[in-house]
Design a binder for this molecule. Structure first.
Ligand code: PGA
Length: 248
């Protein structure tokens, strides 16, 4: 039997606290009988409030980025311990929007991954290729992203890592990878993780698909053997829609 799927939402830079409150009030009553692990990555300013609102439910609250330092003179940045302190249970790292729009390097992402895990946050590491890279063969690019972020990490830390495969050409475009394409890539990622992290640890890391996942296609992804869940952007912004995507 397949494991309980992990369904994560990523609000990106959307929602004031007032909007977040209305969302949680609409979402939570619909999640009493879900057969999934559910989490939402919210803006920094909404973490405490969402954590409070989610109390008594099984919804995890997470963040979308953090700095790699413990603390320091980094105006405008947020440290991992501040996320934990505000109630975040997980943090998305290496999202393609961070890599491309904010020039985050492999080295920087690696530092963030280690820091987050040491702060006991679960890390949702995003990897993905552009259309050109896919055409040229996605393997080299994804291998580099995985090795730089997870290679030589302490085995004990790996139990708090989730990997999200998000092809860049599918994010926010309405054009998802086909379930077959995603499944093939996930199968390749799984065996690569087993090489990088060791067989036992590499087998256990949940592998999510992200990129234009919506109500009409989520089931097709979840039924694939190597897909353990999904990371949902745009379609997670409306409580009703997101609730209807979670297996009951
Ligand atoms: P999308 O975004 O579902 O809107 O394509 C996914 C993501 O960026 O995590």
């Amino acid at each position: 039997m397949k494991k309980r799927p992990v369904i994560l939402g990523n609000w990106k830079m959307y929602k004031t606290n007032r909007e977040a409150k209305a969302y949680f009030e609409a979402l939570l009553p619909q999640l009493s009988e879900v057969k999934a692990t559910v989490g939402i990555a919210v803006p920094f300013t909404a973490i405490s409030l969402c954590k409070e609102l989610a109390e008594g439910s099984s919804v995890m609250v997470g963040a979308q980025n953090m700095h790699s330092a413990f603390e320091g003179a980094f105006t405008g940045e947020i440290a991992g311990k501040m996320l934990s302190d505000a109630g975040a249970q997980f943090v998305i790292l290496g999202h393609s929007e961070r890599r491309t729009l904010f020039q985050e390097s492999h080295e920087e992402i690696r530092k963030k991954v280690e820091k987050a895990l040491n702060e006991e946050l679960t890390v949702v590491l995003c990897i993905g290729e552009t259309l050109e890279q896919r055409k040229a063969g996605y393997e080299e690019h994804l291998q580099e992203q995985l090795t730089s972020a997870l290679g030589d990490l302490k085995k004990t830390l790996l139990s708090k890592v989730i990997v999200a495969y998000e092809p860049i050409w599918a994010i926010g475009t309405g054009v998802s990878a086909s379930p077959k394409q995603a499944e093939e890539t996930h199968q390749w990622i799984r065996s690569t993780l087993e090489t990088i992290c060791g067989k036992t640890a590499g087998k256990k890391i949940p592998l999510l698909y992200g990129g234009s996942v919506k109500k009409t296609n989520i089931e097709n992804f979840l039924e694939q053997k190597h897909i353990d869940g999904t990371l949902v952007g745009g379609a997670s912004l409306k409580a009703q829609e997101f609730a209807s995507m979670i297996p009951h």
